[in-house]
Design a protein around this ligand. Structure first.
Ligand code: HEM
Length: 189
């Protein structure tokens, strides 16, 4: 990987740093209904430099680690890691997601610069099990019992603030469940 100072992170540059937020709301499935979990979290985005694939594609890379705690008992109830990647030449943005439920997601999207009315950057990626480009890999148990069928992630970032919303569609307990997570974070470092 090349020296971090020379790297063009594109829209990912806005993410780099340590973020904290305590306005999280998780809507998760229960066998007999829905669980609502207010939460707080830290997300650390770290510069990872850039690299070349097959001698031609250049990706700049930001590693992230997300630790989410329930407000009710301060216990960690979601631990996620992965990379954000930016292909400056093709204008493609990619997020790889690993969660310790034996589920991995590779979400991506052609990037078109979008800003909200306040000038904040909007970053969006998505994946689905029937999407040939951006897909989901999950264990046999999860495929059978708690299958992730699609994933959408939207981040709005700027002026030291970030909001995100994630929608993970699940096939669980014999029904389709919209598992959502939203939070607002502030840049701390
Ligand atoms: C802030 C982010 C997230 C939080 C706080 C969170 C939290 C939760 C909670 C509390 C459950 C219910 C678990 C239980 O009752 O045992 C759950 C279920 C699940 N989550 Fe998430 N989740 C998040 C993001 C994600 C993402 C990004 C994915 C995958 C792309 C995902 C996949 C799943 C799956 C497959 C289940 C079903 C497992 C089960 O309930 O047995 N979650 N999540």
């Amino acid at each position: 990987m090349s020296k971090e100072t020379e790297v063009d992170y594109g829209p990912l540059a806005a993410l780099i740093g340590v973020w904290e937020g305590d306005k999280g709301m998780d809507i998760a499935p229960e066998p007999d209904g829905t669980e609502e979990n207010p939460y707080y979290e830290t997300i650390i985005y770290t510069e990872g430099g850039d690299l070349k694939n097959a001698n031609s594609q250049v990706l700049s890379v930001v590693h992230y680690r997300q630790i989410v705690k329930r407000k009710s008992d301060d216990g960690i109830f979601h631990d996620q890691t992965g990379y954000w990647m930016w292909d400056a030449r093709e204008k493609v943005i990619i997020q790889s997601i690993v969660i310790p439920r034996a589920v991995c997601v590779l979400a991506g999207q052609q990037y078109i610069e979008k800003k909200d009315d306040a000038g904040n950057l909007i970053i969006e990626v998505e994946a689905a099990e029937d999407n040939a480009d951006w897909g989901i890999v999950q264990s046999p148990y999860m495929q059978k019992n708690a299958r992730t069928t699609s994933f959408k992630h939207r981040i709005v970032v700027g002026n030291g603030k970030m909001t995100y919303s994630e929608t993970t569609m699940l096939d669980i307990y014999g029904r389709v469940f919209e598992h959502t997570d939203d939070n607002e974070l502030e840049l701390k470092l």
